[in-house]
Design a binder for this molecule. Structure first.
Ligand code: SRM
Ligand code: SF4
Length: 573
């Protein structure tokens, strides 16, 4: 007897019925009786770059008063390759105050996020974002997202080329539906009888989100191993001769479900610069056709490849391309962090990388970061570049404006940001509470405090200024890429974190679970002896992530499926 076909995930039905992502979003926006949208539309609005959320800090209080949750919306603004003009910065700042909660979040994928936008302001905000030549389409949803690009300010020649590639890929893979323009920009409505065609995606788009990055070695700041697809620039004789193609990286997993895991990407070949957009299209199409549409937790490209093999995947990609990818070429990554302070480009322009704690741009009583950046944007004639580590580069500063920008950086104390330690400068925290619906613990609001306490230990151990990559997320979805950090804290339950150690400094090795559901007030006590041991017994230039493996704190993780396997534990079982 033949097996019953498995039932597709409910989201597949929502996409199919949505008439190319329209659903009843427009009607929902017009309904003033509630601050929320219809259930199916909550999945569809993600493709338009927005999420419905509620303020979790006051959820209990409102429940007690029998009030509707405090609904609001998060908007993710696509910033192609992470490059924004000073005018776009000023407009983003304005909208953050006029419509959102007065802050801008610089995300781990080089985008801006607004939080706290009420439904009645949602359309106007998205409209105004588009008026600034930025948009929100496909910032989320089962499609290709914002394509990341190494911001590389000091090698402007390579940057121009890789930025163009990331923009070309992004444009090529943007959904073709007119729904976005109709709903948010009052675009002309296409008759429903007139079938729209999505040439790349088809009616049901992809099984799951899809992420692409372009890296320029030796920097792996875009963390290629967290992406479905990456292009790694290969430079020979001062020219980019092509790109290695990496597939099947990803972070998200579910606690207690060992068949979900983070995974390092496989390098499957090399393509010329002219082939790269085509390669991205065909890889997306293979995933469209072979990705799992039954189990959403198993739907990312990493599982498609892991379930079948990288060789099988390469065969399919070559088949879809109609030609073969060439063998991969050699390259080396040195780090996945940012390089702070001033660097001077060959073209006479200078660039300042500013540490932004948790990527949150706001004013506090003693640090007026938001005002400072606004003042800089008013006099800046270059651009701003968002890094994949939630930091900001004031890039392409001309010789005549450099003195003034330097003065503003000092006046607003931005030169003091991150100077406390190499740990802080290499930190990432995801948003988590109070806006993220999936957060089990704090992250952005808590990691700075943990780092401050660890800085005392680092100081006493004499390694305060050594670079160590530390990342915290409020759940195992991994938005801050914690499984690629040397120290990773991942929310497990309120007040409890899983502690992971041993990620590679260049983002090329996953970490391993060291302690499960560890109480937050014991984290410093847990890490203190390890930091002291590292300071005392490390080899010359040995990184923290390498040391904890050599010293036997954790086993090295080879790749995704063995992420949950601790050979040590087995030996003692
Ligand atoms: Fe993420 C979902 C925030 C980068 C893996 N992510 C979410 C949502 C939308 C929660 C939700 O679904 O309700 C979070 C919104 C929180 C809020 O209140 O703003 C959220 N993700 C973020 C950001 C803002 C974190 C940050 O602090 O910077 C990052 C926005 C990036 C962007 O501009 O597009 C962000 N998310 C990532 C990354 C890192 C990356 O891509 O380099 C990952 C891990 C890489 C990966 O995809 O494997 C990531 N986010 C997820 C997942 C798990 C996906 C999976 O395969 O299992 C979810 C949950 C989901 O998709 O169901 C998720
Ligand atoms: Fe939310 Fe989890 Fe992502 Fe943090 S890692 S932003 S808690 S989904």
């Amino acid at each position: 007897m033949s097996e019953e076909p498995k039932k597709l995930h409910a989201n597949e039905g929502i996409k199919t019925r949505s008439n190319y992502l329209r659903g009843t979003i427009a009607e929902g926006l017009a309904d003033l009786s509630t601050g929320q949208l219809a259930t199916d539309d909550l999945q569809l609005i993600k493709f338009h770059g927005t999420y419905q959320q509620d303020d979790r800090d006051i959820r209990g209080e409102r429940r007690g008063k029998k009030l509707e949750k405090a609904y609001s919306f998060m908007i993710r603004i696509r910033v192609p390759g992470g490059v924004a003009t000073p005018k776009q910065w000023l407009e983003t700042d304005r909208m953050a105050h006029e419509y959102a909660n007065g802050t801008i979040k610089l995300t781990t994928r080089q985008a801006f996020q607004f939080h706290g936008i009420i439904k009645t302001n949602l359309k106007q905000t998205i409209k105004e974002i588009n008026q600034t030549a930025m948009d929100t389409i496909a910032a989320c949803g089962d499609v290709n997202r914002n394509v990341m690009c190494n911001p590389n300010p000091h090698q402007s020649k390579f940057h121009a080329e890789t930025l163009k590639l990331s923009q070309d890929i992004s444009d090529h893979l943007t959904p073709a539906t007119r729904a976005y323009h109709e709903i948010w920009l009052d675009g002309e409505k296409i008759e429903t009888s007139q079938e729209e065609i999505e040439p790349i995606y088809g009616k049901t788009y992809l099984p799951r989100k899809f992420k692409i990055a372009v890296a320029v070695p030796p920097s792996n700041d875009v963390d290629i191993h967290a992406n479905d697809l990456s292009f790694v620039a290969i430079v020979e004789n001062g020219e980019i001769v092509g790109y290695n193609v990496a597939v099947g990286g990803g972070m998200g997993m579910t606690h207690g479900a060992d068949d979900t895991f983070p995974r390092i990407a496989d390098i499957i070949g090399f393509c010329t610069p002219e082939q790269a957009v085509d390669v991205s299209e065909k890889i997306v199409m293979v995933q469209r056709d072979y990705g799992n549409r039954v189990e959403r937790k198993h739907a990312r490209l990493k599982y498609t490849i892991n379930d079948r093999s990288a060789e099988w995947f390469l065969g399919k990609v070559n088949e879809y391309l109609g030609y073969d990818l060439q063998p991969a070429r050699d390259y080396t990554f040195e780090s996945n962090g940012d390089r702070f302070g001033w660097v001077y480009g060959a073209d006479g322009r200078s660039h300042y990388t500013l540490f932004v704690q948790g990527g949150r741009v706001l004013n506090t009583d003693d640090y007026k970061l938001m005002t400072g950046l606004r003042e800089i944007a008013k006099v800046h004639d270059g651009d701003f570049r968002l890094t994949a580590n939630q930091n900001l580069i004031i890039a392409n500063v001309s010789a005549w404006s450099q003195a003034e920008i330097e003065r503003l950086i000092k006046y607003y104390k931005m030169d003091k940001a991150g100077v406390e330690s190499g740990l802080r400068r290499n930190s990432i925290a995801c948003v988590a509470l109070p806006t993220c619906a999936l957060a089990l613990t704090e992250a952005e609001r808590y990691l700075p405090e943990v780092i401050t306490k660890l800085e005392v230990v680092l100081e006493e151990s004499g390694i305060r200024h050594d670079d160590i990559v530390i990342r915290m997320t409020g759940c195992p979805n991994g938005c801050g890429r914690p499984f690629l950090a040397e120290i990773g804290f991942v929310g497990r339950a309120p007040g409890k974190y899983n502690v992971y150690l041993g990620g590679g400094f260049a983002g090329n090795r996953l970490s391993k679970l060291y302690r499960e559901a560890y109480p937050e007030d014991k984290l410093i006590e847990l890490l203190t002896p390890i930091i002291q041991d590292y300071a005392k017994n490390r080899n010359e230039k040995e990184r923290f992530g390498d040391f904890v493996i050599r010293a036997g704190y954790v086993e090295a993780t080879v790749n995704g499926p063995d992420f949950h396997k601790n050979i040590k534990d087995e030996a003692f079982a």
